[in-house]
Design a protein around this ligand. Sequence first.
Ligand code: ZN
Length: 240
Amino acid sequence: MDVTTKGIVLKSTDYKENDKQILLYTLDYGKVTVHAKGIRKNGAKLKFAADQFCFGQYELSQTADRFTLKTCDQLESFYSLREDILTYYAACTVAECLANYVAEGQAEPTVFVETLKVFSALSDGSEPLITALRYLLFFLQAQGLDLQMDSCCVCGESGKKRFLDLQRGGIVCDGCHLPESLPVSARTAAICKIVKTMPYDKLKNLNFTRDSLKDSLQLLYRYVSHCFSPLRSLNELLKM
Ligand SMILES: [Zn+2]
């Protein structure tokens, strides 16, 4: 059976002599692995269809749960995401969340649309740290792991002092925190609250220092890595 869907390349790996396996995030089928035959041969017409971040209309042939690439109409190469190192690692942070943290074969149209938005924003020059932060806050919420900054996840108190409690999976108050809970500064909590609901095209109006954005991303790094597995691209972004 042939199927057509919009998709974004999360990553692709060499396979056999001339093939590639493309990890594609699609609108209609969620994350799927697509076998692209002969795509590494010299002059292969569909080479672009395996490029990281390529967004296109993909025509696939499906047998059981296996997909093979038939053809692709490129809608946007998002090549510019690979031209600046900070932008690149911000885009990789997004791709890595989808590649490693979501199950295959589950369509989540809102996540697909949000992913297109974040790639468009980054390719339009949106600041990488704040844009990655915006996406991570969305992604956690979409996965049912929303970080509520307003109230303690144990007792509901909305005290001034906040801590991230990894064991209990959320923000806790002064009274509920354990010795190993990580303090969350008022500034970090405020940044996360503001950024979370801000449309991507309005992020440029926010004026946070690089250090304060890094502190917020560091908090999310700890949380995301605890919930799933270490988010390597974000770690790279934080080192820069
Ligand atoms: Zn509490």
